[in-house]
Design a protein around this ligand. Structure first.
Ligand code: ADP
Ligand code: MG
Length: 665
């Protein structure tokens, strides 16, 4: 396959596949494969060194390197180095391949250990160059087998040299001038070959600003687009039928739920397209709100689609919705990746011809071959896992479908306003009546017997239990527990009296579903799992969750996990097992508000955990970090909006590039 990367000297098909492994597919990907850290080398003063110390020095090679094979696979090379008119011996092992470059007079930097009595350095690394002003900054890249930091750096430099002028700069001239920014090519050069800390910081900040500018431009673009679109669907919704449906759901809605429903119905009827984020803490009851929305959409004659981040969750929504709507003549269909392709084809057909009224599924719903007859509403559950491009793609599916996003991952308000700035936001803060606080207990491994006793009491009461482990498989490098180990432990502890099973992310989805279904109907008493049960799973009879190695999880994750219990009317418990970092875990004992917990987590750990995994679409910036760079983000938000609204602006080019990247998502 031809790839633009092969245009670069030294990169052939073999390197292309290695680079692909690093998610590098284009010239732009390559030059923005930023170092993840830098090594700061400072010249050591050899005269002040004590025996066997690590040193960094530079100098000119003074003698031709002599190499010697000591045994197979081990060779040694030695030569003299002239550093600042002082001679020092250099010895390095297994670097014969460098010999050609190490000619007399070449400037090199040597890292290694100084053996004073022999006036020799046992080098661990040799680099061509000098320590300018006594120091050097070395970029260190994420690598994979088949490529080194050094390879990457030289490919990048080659690329910058030849194609540096073709790289698109997303910062419009007006802001380049305003902030007196250095041009992009220079900044890329600095970031990959820094000379001083000051220049490096300046270059990094500029690239961060650009990245955030482009991102906020998209958000603002979507926002303005929605604001100006008055071409949404025209519909009337029969409120009596809605109320009748609500009166049959078996519980009374909270005020916040009712309010959310009113707002959504209003959005559906109003001419502009709905673009709303429904945020609510775990257990606040977002699902039923979305079901009412789907029902209302059906009543007004349109198809509805609901997208969940996991198959387990899609299945759960499907089962629940079917149950709620069983008295109505509505065709509801599940579409997930594991469905046979012949079956899928039939589903696609029925979607296109309008036979299916409501479809529930995973990402499968936004694949290109999925076409709808008259899609009127799209709902995505656990929205934080979908990126801006996916959002845009989804909206481009129907004619003008209304869109509702739901998220249980509370994001600190300021960030939400920025990152979801293109949406209207509704919050459900009230927790349904009759719910009791989940008692949260911290235990160390020494007191595991107490934990087992508590679990036993729950089982005797006919309740079910989640047990969470951080790992699926054994890992030699850690002492973390895995699900299989725990299963054995639990079987022994409870004398094989209770059904125990496992569910984890690496299982086939069919098997996952079967296990989840069995847990749901109570055939499994103890479900051992990784964090796959983190989002959304709802089994009210489960009243206890035991989390091993709890210190390994972020507080937001723990909060989500804790939210799996306390869903019925019985008292529930969350047991955090940990031998360390209990101070942090204590926050969980006193705080039950997901928003506050996420703020704490944010302070302690940064956004990594808060926004779920790396998959979380938007949060994985290449150089910016939403938490650290919040000031730059704010600036980028303001500037991009100003730029977008400014009609007199000449640089349509940049606008068009960014816009087409989302319109064609
Ligand atoms: P989440 O907001 O975390 O998605 P769910 O929608 O899964 O929460 O709701 C959690 C549980 O609470 C479900 O079992 C649901 O049926 C129940 N529930 C929702 N709303 C109410 C309510 N107003 N009163 C009682 N139970 C409710
Ligand atoms: Mg949910």
């Amino acid at each position: 396959m031809m790839n633009e990367l092969t245009k670069i000297k030294g990169i052939g098909p073999k390197y292309v596949s290695v680079l692909n492994k690093l998610d590098i597919y284009s010239i732009n990907d390559l030059v923005t494969h930023y170092p993840f850290r830098y090594e700061f080398l400072n010249r050591t003063d050899l005269s002040s060194i004590t025996e066997e110390d690590k040193v960094v020095i530079d100098g000119k090679i003074d003698s031709t390197p002599l190499s010697k094979t000591i045994r197979q696979g081990l060779n040694r090379m030695s030569f003299r180095l002239n550093c600042d008119s002082k001679m020092v011996g250099i010895t390095i092992f297994n670097r014969n391949f460098l010999k050609k470059q190490l000619t007399i007079g070449t400037n090199i930097i040597v890292l290694g250990k100084y053996v004073k009595e022999k006036n020799t350095i046992i080098a661990t690394d040799i680099k061509i160059g000098i320590l300018q002003g006594g120091s050097k900054i070395l970029p260190v890249y994420h690598c994979t087998s088949g490529i080194t930091s050094k390879n990457l750096n030289s490919f990048i430099n080659m690329t910058l040299l030849e194609y540096g002028n073709e790289i698109i700069d997303y910062i419009p001239e007006e802001f380049q001038k305003k902030y007196k920014l250095t041009n992009k090519k220079t900044c890329l050069n600095i970031v990959h070959n820094p000379t001083t800390k000051e220049k490096l910081k300046e270059a990094i900040d500029r690239l961060k600003y650009e990245e955030l500018f482009e991102f906020m431009f998209k958000i603002n673009y979507l926002k303005l687009k929605h604001k100006n679109e008055l071409t949404g669907l025209n519909r009337k919704i029969d409120k009596d039928k809605i109320n009748k449906f609500i009166s049959n759901i078996g519980f009374e809605l909270t005020q916040d739920q009712q309010k959310a429903i009113d707002v959504i119905i209003n959005d559906l009827e109003a001419k502009p397209r709905m673009n709303r984020l429904l945020q609510g803490d775990v257990g606040s009851g977002k699902t039923i709100v979305s079901f009412v929305a789907l029902f209302a959409n059906f009543l007004s004659g349109y198809q509805g689609a609901m997208m969940a981040p996991t198959e387990i969750l899609a299945q759960q929504h499907f089962d629940n919705l079917k149950e709620y709507l069983k008295k109505y003549d509505i065709k509801i269909q599940l579409l997930i990746g594991s469905i046979k392709s012949t079956e899928k084809k039939k589903i696609y057909q029925e979607l296109e011809t309008g036979k299916i009224d409501i479809i529930i599924g995973t990402h499968a719903l936004i694949q290109d071959d999925v076409k709808y007859s008259n899609l009127g509403l799209v709902i995505t559950d656990e929205q934080h896992r979908f990126g801006v491009h996916q959002r845009a793609n989804l909206q481009n599916k129907g004619f003008m479908p209304d869109v509702l996003y739901m998220s249980a991952t509370p994001i600190p308000r300021t960030y939400a306003l920025t990152l979801f700035g293109d949406m209207d936001v509704t919050n459900i803060r009230e927790i349904p009546k009759g719910r009791q606080k989940v008692e949260t207990i911290i235990k160390d491994n020494k007191h595991i017997k107490d934990v087992l006793q508590m679990m036993y009491n729950e089982l005797l009461n006919g309740h079910q239990i989640y047990v969470i482990a951080p790992l699926v498989e054994e890992n030699e490098n850690t002492e973390l527990v895995n699900v299989y180990q725990l299963k054995e432990k639990m079987i022994t502890a409870f004398n094989n009296k209770y059904e125990i099973d496992i569910v984890h992310g690496k299982m086939k989805s069919k098997d996952k579903e079967r296990t989840m279904a069995a847990f749901k109907i109570g055939n499994i008493k103890i479900l051992i799992s990784t964090t796959v049960v983190e989002v959304g799973v709802d089994v009210p009879n489960a009243t206890c969750i035991v989390i091993f190695n709890a210190d390994r999880f972020g507080l937001s994750t723990l909060h989500q996990l804790r939210g799996r219990v306390g869903r019925g009317n019985s008292k529930s418990t969350c047991i955090l097992i940990s031998d360390s970092d209990t101070k942090r875990l204590e926050i969980m004992q006193n705080e039950y508000d997901g928003f506050k917990i996420s703020e704490e987590d944010f302070k302690l750990r940064g956004h990594g955990d808060l926004f779920g995994t790396k998959q979380s679409g938007d949060m994985t910036f290449k150089i910016a970090d939403v938490k650290q760079d919040y000031n730059i983000l704010e600036k980028a938000k303001e500037d991009s909006l100003k730029y977008l609204e400014d009609k007199s602006n000449q640089e349509e080019n940049i606008k068009n590039i960014i816009i087409s990247s989302i319109e064609n998502a």
